[in-house]
Design a protein. Structure first.
Length: 120
């Protein structure tokens, strides 16, 4: 495990949670429908940083497996607990959310490959 990356994931998760709580309190998701996009990108970044922290060495399939389970698991959680906006285009919204998660994770993957996993 890489403690620096895990600590970074914890800090980013706190930032994400704070931004989410503020967004809920101020109805930002309803006033600004696009606000969901940076939140999912940040969510993808958080999960990816956590995944890099868990992996002991460069393992792209392990990385992809961890983030995929987390991203799809979150969307299932949203569906089961009716957290989604309840719009008729729920499938499109879900796919859009997952794509944004992967964009955030891709940024971290490239960063980790260039820094932590640079010898690969």
């Amino acid at each position: 495990m890489n403690i620096q990356w895990l600590l970074g994931a914890l800090i980013l998760a706190c930032v994400l949670a704070g931004a989410h709580m503020y967004a809920l309190a101020e109805y930002l998701y309803w006033h600004y429908p696009w606000f969901d996009i940076p939140m999912h990108i940040l969510g993808g970044i958080v999960i990816a940083v956590f995944s890099v922290g868990l992996l002991k060495k460069y393992n792209p399939y392990g990385f992809l497996g961890i983030i995929s389970v987390a991203f799809i698991g979150w969307e299932i959680f949203e569906f089961l607990f009716h957290i989604s906006t309840g719009q008729p285009d729920y499938i499109f919204d879900t796919l859009h959310d997952v794509v944004n998660n992967f964009i955030g994770a891709g940024i971290i993957y490239l960063l980790a490959k260039k820094t932590l996993w640079h010898s690969v």
